[in-house]
Design a protein around this ligand. Sequence first.
Ligand code: DGJ
Length: 713
Amino acid sequence: MSLLHLRRARTSLVLDARGPGLPRVVHWGGDVGDLDDDGLGQLAAATVPPVVPSSFDAPTVLSLLPEASAGWSGRPALAGHRDRADWSTAFRLDGLDVDDPSDDTSPVRVGVRASDPGAGLSLTVELTLDPTGLLMLRHRLRNDGDTPYELRELTPVLPVPAVATELLDLTGRWCRERSPQRHPWRMGTWVREGRHGRTGHDATLLLVAGTAGFGFGHGEVWAVHTAWSGDHVTFAERRPTGQATLGGGELLAPGEVVLGPGASYASPLLYAAWSDAGLDGLSDVLHTHLRARPRHPRSPRPVTLNVWEAVYFDHDLDRLRALADQAAEVGVERFVLDDGWFRGRRADTAGLGDWYVDEDVWPDGLHPLVTHVTKLGLEFGLWVEPEMVNPDSDLFRAHPDWVLAAPGRMPPPWRNQQVLDLAHPEAYAYLLDRLDALLTEHPGIGYLKWDHNRDLTEAGHRGRPGVHAQTEAVYRLLDELRRRHPAVEIESCASGGARVDLEILARTDRVWASDCNDALERLAIQRWTGLLLPPELVGSHIGPERSHTTHRVHDLGFRATTALFGHYGIEWDISSISPAQRAELAAWVAAHKRLRPLLHGGRVVRVDHPDPAVWAHGVVAHDGSRAVYAVSRLATSVAEVPGAVRLPGLDPARRYAVRPAEGVPAPATVQRVEPGWLASGATLTGAALARVGLQVPALHPEQALLLEVTALD
Ligand code: DGJ
């Protein structure tokens, strides 16, 4: 038992594991340097608070699982009971398993083993500090008793220092996912609960605590992400004792997890990141971690045409073949057939569950289209919504008992559909079989768009709460399909962006950020989705001129520049557009392909501009050799000229050429004379670009300027 110092990148986690109780978290945050045992002991001693009147007689410190028995009166990290006994614990430390390779490019792993024989429970805390400085934390609880133990909550928490005085998290709804909300971090508990049975349009994504005024490029910030695609909670708690914590875990319904003798429960992973370089610093840690995963998509992300907003349910082979031809002409690389191809699916009222190609609409099956698309050199993708069933389907008529429901009644319908109970072995086997058969019969399918268009409501499995088992079952289903069809990529879509979390992303290759293709809305949705996810994981399409979800009208340039910073695609009936528009679209696709290695590999930066109507963001190559930025005008401003736009992230000492992107049209402006540098480009150092910036053209509202930056030395 000892003092442990986990160090990776610029992050430290110091644990006092000298026992006899659970290890205390002495520090999580910036690197505290190379400390020997004495130094760590001094740090541990220096951070023990005083004892004040009307309190416990000994100082209360925060362990990896704060317990009432150690003086914790905040939100319980463990709640449960065994027939009303064993409702409180006093874990004793049994041992530590530390794997701390000297090589900084490997993660440090610590396993903390503890038990409370009186309560008949044992606990393992699994901690990993990634080479990027990202911390991952999971609790595993085992019932060592010989009677059942009902678990109500098991949530990892981490302490945050008093200097963090503001909170930022995200919320949203359909077509407006990941809207930020920010406020002072007051005493009490800020709790974000998701009870949708899926991650949710309103999911927190990241809960960030930071020093006053933190921004994209400045401030010290701590953040957590709860990686779970079912009901979950993420919270920040500040107590009058001076303690402040961030935490997150699964939300369990009454009786949902009852551990039989010898059974265990593992909490979702809590991802935790620290940075002293603001929100961009957090994204850096998270993006680098995600990009290092063995299954992170590494091939160039294919430019996609999704037919949903082009044809909806109106499937017609000739029309779709013509659309594929036009897609190929403009440079598309993946063609996705969306909802509407399977039996009885002429509208969103019927068919879900009957995963057989509709014989009326597709008399020769999907083969003629798949063959046509693949002959054009495009990959073929197919939409599915495996967990759902329409009451108007053969599947439901045959197996009404395969639906997640409370005894004796159906959940209120939502988009005319119900949810299949994947914990029902036969329902699971049916789905696995159908999906497997589709992929086996059509080897041309390289991609599945996996949708999930309703919340789980009163989701009962055999009369008991079923969300936990459902979430695990969908993970199993995805894992098994990927094992059988490793080359097939999968997108996580859920009425747009309602299933975006790192556990679903452990088994999928991109997310559909939102059903909203309006570029103005998308700018915000993508900016905040990008807090967690690098651009190559975020599907972003050029929609029709008039947005189908907001009715706003945007020029192609604004739509194309906004979508450019993601996994690029088109969702528009391009058979109805003029040759000039098609030529411009092809130019944008070509620009994306040229910039794609940079966009999908570089460091994401966002600009803190004082004018809320001016947004800028960019991606900078890790070696500082080049960058691409977009400056967008969201609205008009009171100021005639909003002030120079700084371009952060470049090498301060190097000189750069800054030019509007080549080969694509310039945005519409309101100026009489454009900034002088624009005609031949500017040559400035990285320091000047970051500290002074550039006057940009006076853009009309809902216009964007794409800038390319290249190092000259
Ligand atoms: C919701 C998705 O987000 C859309 O892109 C589309 O696939 C529809 N479902 C199809 O029903």
